[in-house]
Write a protein that binds this ligand. Sequence first.
Ligand SMILES: Cc1cc2nc3c(=O)[nH]c(=O)nc-3n(C[C@H](O)[C@H](O)[C@H](O)COP(=O)(O)OP(=O)(O)OC[C@H]3O[C@@H](n4cnc5c(N)ncnc54)[C@H](O)[C@@H]3O)c2cc1C
Length: 439
Amino acid sequence: MLNISRLPRNDQTNAWNTILPKRTPHAALAQDINADWLVVGAGYAGLAAARQLAHNRPNDSIALVEAGVCGENASGRNSGFVIDLPHTTSSNLDQLEGSHRYLRLARAATAALEKNVRDFDIQCDWSRDGKYHAAVTPAGSRAMLDPYAAELTALGEPFEWVEKDALAAKLGTTHFHRALFTPGCVLVNPAALTRGLADTLHENVSIFENSPVTGMDYSNGARATTQGGSITAPRLIVAANGFSDQFGYGKNTFVHLALCASLTRPLTKEEQTLFGVDQPWGLTPANGFGGITMRYTNDRRILIRQDIKVAMGQDFSALKTQAIGRNHKALMDARFPTLKGVTFENSWAGYICMSRNGAPMFGEVSPNIWMAACQNGIGVTKGTISGMLTADKACNIDHPLIDDMEALGKPLQLPPRPLVEIGARANIGWEVWKNRAEA
Ligand SMILES: Cc1cc2nc3c(=O)[nH]c(=O)nc-3n(C[C@H](O)[C@H](O)[C@H](O)COP(=O)(O)OP(=O)(O)OC[C@H]3O[C@@H](n4cnc5c(N)ncnc54)[C@H](O)[C@@H]3O)c2cc1C
């Protein structure tokens, strides 16, 4: 029996989730059951895998087991950008084929999510608002936005330059020098989307929340043990994000990072008038390490996402998150001085995992065991498509996008953990320092 001891903690700090109406989670696993398929993890990857399996095999039984509750996981606590384009800070025109593959994968994922949102009337603020990719300084614009514009031109993707004054009018802050607006990005409340996807699965999917898997036995198919029971299945898909490396495969391939975000209460009518912005927007920074991701939401809240910390134990403390929240408030006040009285609903941390070479953990890792993990920070689309294609692959369905997914490569092995921690901290620290003018 394989012991699984590093488990997600639900600290209930995710403001995207707490601002939603109360939801009753699916019951925890409370008996020993058998299923045709077992999927571990109900984030975008696991939800997409379970949905696609149900579609491919309507007569099979699928058990989806989730440690916490849907909407509190990384899928529910991200910044809510459903990103269609390569999330790049520089471009390499030699690698356009890779960018085309990326676009095909991201667009297929977005289309699948959009179809579910429409078909099941998922109320998640799904808005095709596009996004601004913004530089703070002229030097940042030249170094990062110009090459990105060249790549978009080569890809034949539409974009628009938005200069300082026009940008200030759109965003309500004079902080940025210039931005590239791309229209394809969708903005959502990610917790509402995750919950909605979990609550609209086909009838042949049984979902168990609040049921962390603490042991795996592979002697006869896959048997997952939780505190309340067990699930035995001949086939397994592990979609547990950074926790997946404990399931016996992909060991020593993930760098675990904590990302922090804060969301304000809605602006009052008076504050909206002072702010002077009437359309929601989303902004990603030209430099992902030095800069700040921000949004102004449909329900008139401001999101700040800043600070990337190495968190190999996935145990980022509440005290550290609170300190980052105070920093977020200072950053917000500096950018929106008229909104100094606007408080945060909450600040929270969530975990992502990256591989050394940016490749996902995708495909069959042992007979009848597949993995859909390690989305390298852009998990709304990448997680969704990796779950869908894993299910197709596991059902021997030859989807044309599987080639694109496999072309992303396999994660490379990392050096021993202390070296990874030192190396990752040094790299991130250097990137943040080097790009401090882009904060
Ligand atoms: C603050 C922040 C901002 C981000 N912003 C964006 C963004 O704007 N756009 C974007 O595309 N991406 C963003 N990301 C990244 C994105 O959220 C993740 O890449 C994505 O959610 C990964 O999806 P997933 O399904 O692979 O993992 P998860 O959502 O983490 O799902 C994995 C699930 O596995 C469960 N699990 C783990 N261990 C066990 C176990 N032992 N037993 C049972 N279940 C288990 C977990 O509870 C979890 O629910 C952001 C992340 C953070 C933290």
